[in-house]
Design a protein around this ligand. Structure first.
Ligand code: LLP
Length: 427
């Protein structure tokens, strides 16, 4: 079921017209459907329930969309959080996620950050290097606590995704090479202030096939056997995130199919499983709405210049990502399309949202909706060109609310200071 649909000729998020939100909030803005977020969560939760003998928990990877309202919505349905910074930790706590249900991941955590995480009592820290093992032990000793850790291993499988979002190959910076993992576990096992509870992996993002998961889990399973022989108590297996969503016409495995593979590959392993989905829970639940500033016919192609730009949604520029774009007013069936690039107003040739698209004719003032923008959209935005961060709106049925307002330019400027030696500007 799609939560974004044309009704009476106008695109709606659930029961609210995007044009109505635009009239109140201005453009560009992000819009999330609470119904779609809940449906994505339920699919995941049901997938887990459908499999017997599987003790599993879901820690939402907040990096995909860390808006407090989004995190709280998942938290209320029982989600934990996968965080990668102290900032995300504070967000998770502010959104009501109990510290015990927080997993702290990341390839380079500072001692001060590890200290903050231990002080609030996060449930698990996923460690990714020998250096981190030693640092964390020292920090835990200082606080007089024992830190529950997993060690993230790099199983060296090809996730088949874009080079910038694959993480499970030997040449990627993430995790400990699976061939070196036993040494790392031995080192961790010798630290008096660490309690090794399991193994973690995360092989990449926007995976559209289950085979890489199968291969990676099989490798980690073999490792778990060796680790147990070495005397480690391996109780948890954190499988990471990575499940893809539909941007164009991807054929995706269902969550039930994914869980079936996981169940088969982990059968009899005797581990509690953790999942860290990000994109799959929020990606299709969000859109970016933008207004056409002007249309500029060129010799080679037509440019539709809109008021959203690479600072609002960097995915097309950074990953060559394809996002579907639809006019907010429903086009007539027989409307001839025009070939165009949808670009932002930023002074960079890389500032585009879509290239060589066939869209119904657009004119200044028309609204467009950029789909599948709920994950890695608002969170990756910047204020380049002193463009205020686009506001975020949540729709729930026929209600909507601004869940992050657009900052004013004055608010943006007030965060900056002149050094004391500069003469103040005379009013
Ligand atoms: N766990 C760990 C340790 C991760 O590094 C990530 C994502 C996730 C979970 C969640 O992965 P997901 O389920 O969302 O695929 N900005 C890129 C995606 C970067 C993903 C980084 N790690 C994009 O826009 O495609």
């Amino acid at each position: 079921m799609s939560f974004f649909k044309y009704q009476d000729g106008e695109m709606h998020a659930e029961g609210v017209s995007l044009a109505a939100i635009s009239a109140q909030v201005g453009t560009p803005f992000y819009c999330y459907s609470a119904g779609a977020l809940r449906a994505a969560w339920r699919e995941f939760a049901d997938g887990i329930k459908g499999i017997k003998n599987m003790n599993a928990s879901v820690c939402y990877a907040m990096k995909a969309n860390s808006n407090l309202a989004v995190v709280r919505l998942f938290g209320e349905m029982g989600a934990g959080a996968d965080i990668v910074s102290v900032g995300e930790m504070q967000r998770a706590l502010a959104a009501g996620i109990p510290a015990k249900r927080i997993i702290y991941s990341g390839v380079g955590k500072k001692a001060s950050e590890l200290m903050a995480a231990l002080q609030v009592g996060v449930g698990q820290i996923n460690v990714e290097s020998s250096a981190e093992i030693e640092t964390l032990n020292a920090v835990a000793a200082q606080l007089g606590v024992k830190a529950a850790i997993t060690i993230r291993v790099n199983p060296d499988v090809d996730a088949g995704t874009h080079a910038k979002i694959t993480t499970g190959r030997k040449e990627n910076k993430f995790g400990i090479d699976i061939d070196l993992a036993r040494e790392a576990f031995a080192l961790a096992g010798r630290q008096p202030h660490l309690e090794v509870v399991g193994v973690a992996m995360h092989i990449g993002s926007q995976l559209t096939s289950l085979e890489p998961y199968r291969a990676a889990i099989a490798r980690v399973r073999e490792l778990i056997g060796q680790l147990r022989t070495d005397g480690h108590r391996i109780e948890r297996f954190d499988i990471g995130g990575g499940l893809g969503i539909v941007y164009a016409d991807e054929k995706l495995p269902s969550i039930a199919e994914f869980m079936a593979v996981v169940a088969r590959e982990t059968d009899g392993l005797g581990c509690e499983l953790t999942f860290e989905p990000g994109r799959r829970l929020v990606g299709e639940a969000g859109v970016l709405v933008s207004e056409v500033i002007l249309v500029k016919p060129g010799a080679a192609k037509t440019f539709v210049i809109v008021d959203a730009a690479m600072n609002d949604l960097i995915r097309p520029t950074l990953y060559e990502a394809w996002h579907d774009i639809l006019p907010v007013r429903e086009p007539r069936q027989d409307t001839a399309t025009m070939r165009c690039d949808i670009v932002g107003p930023i002074c960079e040739s890389g500032d585009f949202l879509a290239q060589n698209r066939d869209l119904p004719p657009l004119a200044a003032g028309d609204l467009v909706m950029i789909r599948s923008a709920g994950a890695y959209g608002a969170v990756m935005a910047s204020s380049y060109n002193t463009r205020p961060l686009a506001p975020e709106v949540m729709v729930d049925g026929t209600r909507f609310a601004v869940i992050r307002p657009r900052p004013t330019i004055d608010e943006m400027l007030s965060a900056e200071r002149f050094p004391p030696w500069m003469e103040s500007v005379k009013a």
